[in-house]
Write a protein that binds this ligand. Structure first.
Ligand code: FAS
Ligand code: PHB
Length: 401
């Protein structure tokens, strides 16, 4: 084994997704140094197409943190969404119901803005690392061992380790007594990114007899679309013509047209699951984002929840490292989990209400289908019910639950 290179920082962060990058930025604004270790290349993480919707609290936080210049210039503010079922459109008017909205701005754009802020501040992000090992987590001198992109074996000695390495990372597995609560769904989403000008200026969630479809966008030139498919569906079975045909069927409504165009990346299938790992702390290791929880994307909560975790974690670590006050870190997991379970419920509720379940699934028989339609009709006809959807979708204020 080549000699180890040892360095030191206050917070070692594993993962350069929205959680890890934002945590590093928020800590830096408090004068706390950190190092971000990322398995992939910079270009890979900046091109990875994922979430598309920023909650109101997320936009406010990015603005407060000085990260919203491009978001404010290029993001698309939306005042509502439509639920499409029973052959008709039903708009949920966020502005009227809760006085706030959302912003459509791709996750990869948020990641680019965060990386640019770290690089501009001269803060280290190490890309293409491998063999990350977390040590000493129950001591006050934890460390992270890893192999750097140049092949040297390194170790970072820290005060704290932040596990922001997503669902497939190493951090959750370092929590010995972790308890996992989860649901698998009997379907996935085929994601389509098309160079085709959006024809409708808000998102449409469609519950059709053939299955769920989502109409979204990324810019005045790019449409983002999703089709419910089998969880093991092979994207190769979905020709361009079949995709456009099925989208046209499921999104059909009076006055609605769909522009077709070339795909900007090959359509891929994302599985659907709900998962929560508790506790989100083990000694000096703290989990944030997908490392600790996963939601089905129907509620557009995934990235927003990661950002809410990080706001809480940054405040808690600042109290610990600047003031030796452990109150924040001692209650971080319990406080974060309250918002997480609210988002888990909302995402499960939206998923259960909008997707078609097979006959052999509890939600798929005649009773389940009738319940689903009744829930949809109530949600769009009752101001109280529509307000419930609106306040969860635009995002409850951080700290509200
Ligand atoms: P991330 O997964 O974004 O980042 C974790 C980072 O850690 C990655 O860059 C990874 O390379 C790195 N990493 C992993 N293991 C490591 C190791 N051992 N060492 C170093 N680095 C390591 N959410 C929505 O709201 N809407 C959507 O439409 C949506 N679509 C999605 C589609 C897909 C295919 C996926 C996987 C997720 C989707 N999500 C969506 C959820 C997504 O946006 C996440 O919630 C968000 O990326 C969470 O951010 P992080 O917690 O930072 O995790
Ligand atoms: C997206 O635009 O990618 C998107 C929007 C809303 C969702 C999921 C994904 O619920």
């Amino acid at each position: 084994m080549r000699t180890q290179v040892v360095s030191r920082t206050q917070v070692g962060i594993v993962g350069a997704g929205p959680a890890g990058l934002l945590l590093s930025h928020l800590l830096s604004r408090r004068g706390i140094d950190s190092v971000v270790l990322e398995a992939r290349s910079r270009s890979y993480v900046e091109q990875r197409v994922r979430a598309g919707v920023l909650e109101h609290p997320t936009v406010e936080l990015l603005r407060e943190a000085g990260l919203a210049a491009r978001l404010d210039a290029e993001g698309l503010p939306h005042g509502g969404i439509s639920l499409r079922f029973d052959g008709g459109d039903h708009r949920i008017d966020f502005a009227d119901l809760v006085g706030k909205g959302i912003t459509v701005y791709g996750q990869q754009e948020v990641v680019k803005d965060l990386i640019a802020a770290r690089v501009d501040a001269g803060e280290p992000i190490e890309f293409e690392v491998s063999d990350v090992v977390l040590d000493g987590l129950t001591t006050d001198a934890p460390s992270i061992g890893y192999t750097a992109a140049d092949g040297t074996r390194r170790r970072i000695e820290c005060d704290v380790v932040a596990g922001c390495d997503g669902f497939h990372g190493v951090s959750r597995r370092a929590v010995p007594d972790v308890r996992i609560a989860e649901r698998e769904y009997p379907f996935g989403w085929l994601g389509i990114l098309a160079k085709a000008a959006p024809t409708h200026d808000e998102l449409v969630y469609a519950n059709h007899d053939n299955g769920f479809a989502l109409y979204s966008m990324r810019s005045p030139e790019v449409t983002r679309l999703y089709l419910q498919v089998r969880p093991d569906a092979d994207p190769a079975e979905w020709s361009d013509a079949r995709i456009w045909d099925e989208l046209g069927t499921r999104l059909q409504a009076d006055g609605f047209t769909l522009n077709e165009g070339p795909f900007l990346e090959r359509p891929s299938v994302t599985g659907m699951r709900s998962m929560v790992a508790e506790p989100m702390r083990h000694g000096r290791l703290f989990l944030a984002g997908d490392a600790a929880h996963i939601v089905p994307p129907t509620g557009a909560k995934g990235m927003n929840l990661a950002i809410a975790d990080v706001r809480l974690l940054a405040d808690s670590l600042a109290d610990l490292l600047l003031h030796r006050d452990e109150t924040g870190v001692d209650t971080y997991s319990e406080r974060a989990l309250r918002r997480i379970w609210r988002a888990e419920h909302f995402s499960w509720w939206m998923t259960s209400m909008l997707h078609r379940f097979d006959d052999d699934h509890a939600n798929g028989d005649a009773f389940g289908r009738a319940l689903q339609l009744s829930q949809l009709r109530y949600t769009v006809s009752s101001r109280a019910a529509a307000t419930g959807l609106a306040e969860n979708y635009v995002g409850l204020p951080h700290g509200a639950v």
